[in-house]
Design a protein around this ligand. Structure first.
Ligand code: PGD
Length: 765
């Protein structure tokens, strides 16, 4: 590796494969030539590489260094002391041994949620989990994700494996060839499918929507934001009150039933529980028919349009797609389930280009063919601790040790955590109600963070260990739904004293007496060679070209064979439900679930239902906030990079609102505004847009939390992080997923002295 020679070398990120090299002292990044629609997020790299936000050396919070571990409200408020690697690793190994020996590994939270970076070996979550399993005997883990907290739990009850419904179902190829109507709930914004965990070499979504529209596919976007489908789809926009899609779907279902447009044969042969659901739909069960007029009151779409949409869906090959965002909300299980029921009534599940593809367009993995050969990941060993939490219950766990909670039919208790260890995630980005999260993190003895940059999570840690960016190490990028394996060459020297997570954990493991067990005697290159062998051997077994590791590394990439576009288990089930039952309790699509009904949850009954949300606009907080995914970065990653920084105005994140709502508040384009509700407040720069429906404001996630006065209990975030406003509450007792997508708030023009944004400055020494 050299930073002089100008050669372009292969590399990859979650947001695309690329080549990069040094020209005139600057890193130049060029998208992979085969990528038809590269993401602008790639251009965050050059500026980020040597930015002042990078962490240069190990740091320890002064109070922790002087007084030792213990609960402290000084986290995020106190200065750091730089220490040598030798000292940092010795302190940390001692603290890990103390917690393990006096409290057991069940006092260590290693859930460490986060996307980290692309790369099969240096993947931070795999590294931390392997280390904690080997060095401590395990850790308290987290289950599910912030992306799909509700859907990952409900889909296996009603349809089968989550991956079968999302990844191996309807492809973009099928849509281009077969689909007449796409009912896109929440849209399929290409900013979302710009990314895929592990990497993506070809962004096909925009082109596929353009090709489908050119053939005659009609796209209908149902959502509060007009630009959640690309212009190329030529979509009709049906603005809907946030959080009310289940009501709309019920209204459509009622129309299908009332007009005899439902597929009674499919319901009889492929589904169970129609007889339990129909009385709810007709109102026989509760006196309230869920007809289009009823639905209209809740969702704001005229009854006539609801009825027509149902008729249109019954009259052509219809695909229902649904964004993750709908289930990242209170009762998020319901739209996921009701969409499956609506698709079952249309009788098209399993047909090419028809039926239901939950999360199509949510990331670039979906709607693609699967690879025909496997790609190995780092083995993680065995976790000897049984305790776990649904991932978004982290503050609840830390604030309420021993308290009971429900999850998917189980009654569990929160463990008593003494040490939290994070690598590859940013809870001060991803978690809701950040002020509550600060109080939660104040409760533990020790918070350890590996980070490449001074995120708010790093600032709230006791021990901060500087990690390399992927650009500063070698790895292999690949994912099960992308046809390219990329040799990620090292492009730059590590920043300051930054080390790879692997090197950090290897050093700790050695001090804890398990160095060989952790490394298995391999250096990083040795591991890459080892992991690559799985793919090479599978290729050889298929009789395909199977280059050696050296050839692969030299070529920089390897094209992988792909599985047929066969519709997966849903197609097989459709064609022969007796021979190929779904892996649900009944072997069929569960319109009514005896299992879920048996849990007795009033917030998730035995069939999909309209359960009115409680966090809705009200006096004092009359507007909806949609806190969605950003277009200029992945989550909070490289917020300080070129593309992300350029999207800010006056240093703040941009909030969009309808001109009508702006006028009512005296807000003009570019004004700095204060968004606030009972939980917190942040500043942002106003942009007036008719692409946002009236009554809604939209602020993307990812601006780093920047408290004006960290000593305040509920400080103002001066940068624009919406998670100071969102509510920290589970979707339901079934899934306990995150509900960060929606909340209610007020917006006002900010007239005070504008506080500086310091989110990207290193903390004061
Ligand atoms: P990232 O910003 O990707 O967010 O939450 P997540 O925590 O994944 O954080 C990854 C962190 O890992 C970054 O700080 C990066 O610097 C660090 N990192 C990257 N590579 C490495 C590495 O190799 N080693 C180490 N040690 N660190 C590394 C995302 C989460 O946010 C998700 S997935 C979703 S879908 C949610 N979306 C929403 C939402 O829609 N609305 C709200 N309000 N909130 C959300 N939060 C969730």
């Amino acid at each position: 590796m050299t930073e002089q020679d100008g050669a372009m070398r292969p590399h990859a990120a979650h947001w695309g494969a690329f080549r990069a090299g040094w020209q005139n002292g600057a890193l130049v990044v060029e998208p992979h030539p085969a990528d038809p629609d590269p993401s602008p997020i790639l251009q965050n790299f050059p500026e980020a590489l040597r930015h002042r936000a990078r962490i240069a050396q190990p740091m320890v919070r002064r109070g922790w260094l002087e007084h030792g571990p213990g609960p402290s409200t000084a986290r995020g408020r106190e200065a750091f002391v730089p220490v040598s690697w030798e000292k940092a690793l010795a302190l940390l190994a001692g603290e890990l041994a103390r917690v393990r020996d006096s409290h057991g590994p069940q006092a260590v939270f290693g859930g460490s949620y986060g996307w980290a970076s692309a790369g099969r070996f240096h993947h931070a979550q795999s590294q931390i989990h392997r280390f904690l399993n080997i060095a401590l005997g395990g850790y308290v883990r987290s289950v599910n994700s912030y992306s799909a907290g509700a859907s990952a739990v409900i889909i296996p009850h009603i349809l089968g494996p989550f991956e079968a419904v999302t990844r191996r179902n309807v492809t973009w190829e099928q849509i281009v060839g077969h689909t007449g109507l796409v009912l896109s709930f929440g849209g399929m914004a290409v900013k979302n499918s710009a990314v895929a965990s592990g990497g993506v070499s070809r962004h096909v979504e925009r082109g596929a929507m353009a090709a489908a529209a050119a053939r005659g596919t009609r796209f209908v976007l149902i959502g509060p934001l007009k630009d959640d489908l690309p212009e190329e789809a030529g979509a009709e926009w049906l603005p809907i009150t946030p959080g009310t899609d289940t009501a709309l779907m019920l209204g459509m279902a009622h129309t299908l039933l009332a007009e005899g447009l439902h597929d009674t044969a499919f319901l009889a042969t492929h589904c169970t529980g129609w007889d339990r659901f129909a009385p709810y739909l007709t109102g026989a069960a509760d006196g309230q028919p869920k007809d289009a007029a009823w639905a209209s009151v809740h969702c704001g779409i005229p009854a006539g349009r609801i009825r027509q949409l149902a008729r249109d869906a019954a009259g052509t090959r219809t695909l229902i797609s649904m964004a993750h965002s709908l289930q990242r909300a209170e009762h998020g299980e319901q739209p996921v389930w009701m969409a499956a029921v609506l698709a079952a009534m249309l009788g098209q599940i399993g047909l090419p280009g028809g039926g239901y593809n939950y999360a199509l367009g949510a990331i670039a993995h979906y709607g693609k063919r699967a690879n025909a050969v496997p790609i190995a990941g780092l083995p993680q060993g065995r976790n000897g601790v049984r305790d776990f939490i649904p991932v978004a219950r982290v503050s609840d766990m830390l604030l309420n040790p021993g308290a009971p909670f429900d999850y998917n039919g189980q009654r569990l208790a929160y463990p008593d955590i003494k040490l939290v260890y994070w690598a590859g995630g940013n809870p001060f980005h991803h978690h809701q109600d950040i002020n509550r999260l600060r109080r939660a993190f104040a409760r533990v003895d020790t918070l350890v963070v590996h980070e490449s940059a001074w995120t708010a999570t790093a600032r709230h840690a006791d021990i901060v260990l500087p990690a390399t960016l992927s650009l500063e190490r070698e790895d292999i990028a690949g994912s099960p739904n992308d046809p390219l394996l990329v040799a990620m060459h090292q492009l730059a020297k590590p920043f300051g004293e930054a080390r790879d997570d692997y090197a950090i954990f290897a050093g700790l493991a050695e001090r804890l007496g398990c160095g060989d067990a952790f490394t298995e005697g391999r250096d990083a290159r040795g591991w890459l060679r080892h992991l690559y062998e799985t793919t090479r051997a599978a290729l050889a077994e298929r009789g395909e070209a199977a280059p050696s590791f050296e050839e692969f590394w030299q070529d920089g990439e390897l094209a992988l064979p792909q599985a047929p576009d066969d519709g997966g288990i849903l197609r097989a089930f459709r064609e022969d439900p007796a021979a190929n039952p779904l892996p649900t309790p009944s072997g069929r699509i569960e319109i009514f679930s005896e299992t879920i009904a048996g849990f007795g949850y009033d917030d998730c009954p035995g069939h999909p239902a309209w359960l009115a949300p409680t966090d809705t606009p009200a006096p004092g907080a009359p507007l909806w906030l949609v806190a969605n995914q950003p277009a200029t970065r992945l989550h909070s990653q490289l917020d300080f990079g070129g593309t992300s920084a350029a999207s800010k105005r006056r240093g703040r994140e941009v909030v969009r609102l309808h001109p009508q709502d702006a006028a009512a508040r005296g807000i003009a384009e570019g004004d700095i505004v204060r968004l606030h509700n009972a939980r917190g407040a942040c500043l942002a720069a106003a942009a007036l847009s008719e692409a946002v429906m009236p009554g809604v404001v939209q602020l993307a996630t990812g601006a780093w939390y920047d408290p004006e006065d960290p000593n305040d209990e509920n400080p103002l975030c001066v940068h624009g992080n919406p998670n100071v406003l969102t509510r920290d509450m589970g979707t339901s007792r079934l899934a306990q997923g995150c509900t960060g997508q929606l909340t209610a708030l007020e917006v006002e023009k900010f007239t005070g002295n504008l506080p500086p944004v310091r989110a990207w400055d290193p903390p004061a020494g």
